[in-house]
Design a protein. Structure first.
Length: 81
């Protein structure tokens, strides 16, 4: 069985650290991919940019998405998803 994949979209390093710490504290061992802005999140989801060639058939089971992001905001990421 494949592990659940989580996409964490957050530009604040402190919030990223707190989220990961919370997962680890609760023995959550699934894979977490971190995107630092909306463009990076979309690149991951659609296999473009730095994620070109990624197997896009494996999509996140859960997306934790900040709304206020640089480059492309969270609401626009939702629209494009």
């Amino acid at each position: 069985m494949n592990q659940m994949l989580i996409l964490l979209v957050e530009d604040n390093p402190d919030d990223v650290e707190l989220t990961i710490r919370g997962f680890k504290k609760n023995n959550f061992t699934n894979e977490i991919v971190i995107a630092r802005d909306g463009q990076e999140a979309l690149d991951f989801l659609f296999g473009t940019g730095q994620f070109e060639g990624r197997d896009v058939t494996r999509q996140p089971t859960l997306v934790l998405l900040d709304i206020n992001l640089p480059r492309i905001g969270g609401l626009e990421v939702l629209r494009r998803m």
